[in-house]
Design a protein around this ligand. Structure first.
Ligand code: AKG
Length: 284
């Protein structure tokens, strides 16, 4: 049986391997982060590429949502960071965090060290990688028809050590599940993720054994973020912070040529609005 977090009380939740603070991000920080988000131009990625075609039984597809990465960019077609074997040529040096996130992260790293066991936090662990997911509905530019894609299927985050996430906007229904991926799942824990909340999970049970997923995102407020995402209505934004050892973060120009070719269109799109990506493409 799943254990439901008592959302009405807005209590901080402390379990072995899971920490949740429903009102962690201050309103002033929220405002600053949302303003900064308006400067970003998130992109749509395809899951596969010319040099990493879909394996048998799978097919090329667009990700369900626009994304932006900080610290390093794990392009979907480079297959994401997946230790112990998938560690090379997957994490391309990205933009630094804005000051407001740096400040928040110092506290988050402190909470993590205090709440998690020593053996659950790797040596040199720091939250130096961030995936920003934009949840909402895509809008067909011809018909105006909306398609709600605000969910994420069962998966694990393979970066070592605890991962932390902060969320903004509509609440998301989040589950940790045990058992084989996509089969009848045994719900380990489920909870609503609130606006301005912090969730941290790690350890053998929540991080290594359980899959996690976002089942749905509420659509109650009918207010959308005003961001640079074409044909998309964003009603929730989630930042997931992770750790990738420095030696596994590579400059674009050091990638093998065929992988450079696969991600060049994304780098060019990012370079339209980012000095970092402009310089990365120009470097020899
Ligand atoms: O949106 C969320 O709360 C979770 C996102 C997630 O599962 C991920 O980034 O791996």
């Amino acid at each position: 049986m799943g254990i439901r977090h008592n959302k009405a009380k807005k209590e901080i939740l402390r379990k072995d391997g899971l920490f949740y603070h429903p009102t962690f991000v201050k309103k002033t920080e929220r405002t600053e982060i949302i303003e900064w988000l308006k400067t970003l131009h998130p992109i749509w990625e395809m899951r596969f590429s010319e040099h990493n075609p879909p394996p048998e039984g799978d097919e090329q597809r667009q990700l369900k949502r626009p994304v932006y990465w900080l610290g390093n960019w794990q392009f979907a077609c480079l297959n994401y960071y997946h230790p112990p074997k998938g560690i090379h040529n997957r994490c391309v040096k990205g933009e630094d965090y804005p000051p407001v996130l740096k400040t928040i992260l110092k506290t988050v790293e402190g909470i993590t060290r205090a709440q998690f066991k020593k053996n659950e936090v790797p040596k040199d662990w720091q939250l130096n990688t961030c995936l920003i997911n934009f949840y909402g509905s895509s809008i067909d530019p011809l018909t105006g028809k909306k398609n709600d894609t605000a969910r994420v299927g069962d998966h694990k985050d393979f970066e070592l050590g605890p991962v932390a996430s902060i969320s903004f906007g509509e609440r998301a229904f989040f589950q940790f599940v045990l058992g084989k991926k996509d089969l009848t799942n045994n719900i380990l824990y489920e909870q609503w993720i609130d606006d301005c909340s912090l969730q941290i999970f790690g350890g053998e049970l929540y991080k290594d054994r359980a899959f996690h997923r976002v089942q749905r995102v509420e659509n109650k407020l009918k207010t959308f973020f005003d961001l640079n995402v074409q044909n998309f209505e964003t009603r929730r934004i989630n930042f997931t912070f992770r750790y990738v050892p420095k030696e596994h973060i590579i400059e674009f120009q050091k990638l093998p040529k065929e992988l450079q070719a696969d991600i060049t269109p994304y780098m060019e799109e990012l370079a339209l609005n980012s000095d970092h990506f402009r310089k990365a493409l120009a470097k020899k």
